[in-house]
Design a binder for this molecule. Structure first.
Ligand code: FAD
Ligand code: NAD
Length: 396
């Protein structure tokens, strides 16, 4: 029998974890493993609110993929996936190459969910990659510089649409960065406005109310104005229009209103909900024993709440671990184990030295939570790249 071909698309938390675990567990020549990614580096998506605001260098949030791979065991191809042809068991790349597979792992992450809101795609930024956060950071600095020349208040009005965890973590960083920028550009801090606009009746809908209040207090103190119960209806080159008719002028709208699975999955003809495939217990797309989906593209229902688990890095990493084990089992003629998420909790940063979190049933705040956030960030470095990655990128 010929060597089975495993093709992994995307080197995010799910895809990269699958690759690094496969290279540990497979013997030489047991499988032909190929990883394809748009960039030759992996970025830490969970850190991206920091370089977006300018509180961290984008280069500190990425690592060369080759540093994490044993290229004798995993081939790496830097290319962009254009199409999955499931019937032909082929994947088409931007370079024109076509790759065939026996087992396909789709780990292409997510895209911003704009809910068809007019103008968002054209006029809003989103926090999704190293390139996108570089653009946000540069744009914010440009607005400060331009304000010095033109004195238009909208240049220093920053709108963050959506107060889920991404929105909250970003306004936390931005409110830390603003005093530095005011100093650098000789701007009176009282001119700068940060709005975090949320459609639901509360920020962080569904999260512990006491922790939500704590977060709002901390962030309000740092200069963030919350507008809750106020959906954004439209985004224009001049700013946003809210559902109640109010218009807020702003040169910077950052959309953090939610995500959907990568559109390549939907275009391949898989049945999806918000771009995510409801996978079976072994992370396979229904009706496709050879296609596995990890990370934000996989939808799994939490039986306790009867709602989908939120798309998180925590789950993506665990899926990668489970899937690598299962692929090795399949190749060796063994049994696969169902994927069961082991949720450890949620900790969200509110900027320097401040965070909130639920770890098990325990609520944590302030500096304790901020320390825990660093521990979590460093732990995922360890899981992906061992001690050498921790030593290179550790958060102190
Ligand atoms: P990703 O990690 O996003 O990786 C997808 C990969 O696919 C990328 O490398 C990308 O370059 C590649 N790719 C995409 N399209 C193509 C293509 N066409 N061709 C080739 N390659 C492609 N979750 C937590 O659990 N804890 C947190 O603290 C947390 N914080 C977050 C903070 C922010 C600011 C954001 C935005 C998200 C956060 N999340 C957090 C959510 C978490 O980042 C995602 O759930 C996680 O990244 C999903 O992993 P993934 O492997 O599906 O995709
Ligand atoms: P999300 O879906 O969790 O939150 C989006 C928010 O935008 C919601 O509160 C929603 O009500 C709001 N919204 C939607 N439409 C709107 C509109 N028209 N106007 C105003 N508000 C609107 O998305 P996210 O925050 O990007 O998070 C994505 C995933 O990543 C989630 O699963 C989240 O748990 C995870 N994440 C986790 C962390 C962490 O654990 N620290 C940090 C960031 C993200």
């Amino acid at each position: 029998m010929s060597t089975p071909k495993i093709l992994i698309l995307g080197a995010g938390y799910g895809g990269l974890m699958t690759a690094v675990r496969l290279q540990k567990q497979l013997n030489y020549n047991e499988a032909d493993v190929t990883l394809v990614n748009k960039h030759d580096y992996h970025y830490f998506t969970t850190w991206l609110h920091e370089p977006a605001a300018g509180t961290k260098d984008p280069d500190d949030c990425r690592v060369d993929i080759k540093d994490l791979l044993d290229t004798n065991k995993v081939n790496f191809i830097k290319d962009t996936v254009m199409e999955i042809k499931r019937e032909e068991k082929k994947v088409l790349l931007e370079s024109g190459k076509a790759l065939s597979y026996d087992y396909l792992v789709v780990g292409l992450g997510s895209e911003p969910e704009t809910f068809g809101i007019q103008g968002l795609k054209e006029h809003a930024f989103s926090i999704r990659s190293i390139n996108s956060v570089r653009e946000i950071r540069e744009h914010i600095e440009y607005c400060f510089a331009k304000y010095k020349m033109e004195k238009r208040p909208e240049l220093l009005t920053f709108i963050v649409g959506g107060a889920g965890f991404t929105g909250i973590e970003f306004v936390g960083e931005l409110s830390d960065r603003v005093p530095e920028l005011c100093k650098e550009f000789d701007v009176d801090p009282s001119v700068v406005k940060i709005y975090n606009i949320e459609a639901a009746p509360t920020v962080l809908p569904g999260f512990d109310p006491e922790l939500v209040n704590y977060a709002m207090e901390v962030l309000s103190r740092k200069g963030v104005t919350f507008k809750i119960n106020t959906p954004i209806k439209e985004c224009t080159p001049e700013g946003v229009v809210l559902a109640d008719g109010e218009e807020i002028k702003s040169s910077t709208v950052v959309w953090t209103g939610g995500v959907r699975g990568n559109s390549i999955i939907e275009k391949a003809g898989f049945e999806t909900m918000r771009g995510r495939v409801k996978v079976d217990p072994f992370l396979r797309a229904p009706g496709h024993e050879d296609v596995f989906i990890v990370g934000d593209g996989a939808l799994i229902i939490n039986e306790e709440t009867n709602r989908p688990y939120p798309p998180t890095a925590q789950i993506a990493i665990q899926q990668g671990e489970n899937l690598a084990q299962n692929l090795v089992a399949v190749i060796r003629g063994g049994e696969m184990k169902p994927f069961v998420p082991a949720l450890k909790g949620t900790v969200a940063s509110l900027g320097k030295g401040e965070a909130i979190g639920l770890v098990g049933d325990k609520k944590i705040y302030g500096n304790t939570a901020a320390l825990m956030k660093k521990v979590i960030d460093n732990r995922s470095l360890y899981l992906l790249g061992g001690l050498s990655l921790v030593l290179k990128k550790v958060k102190l």
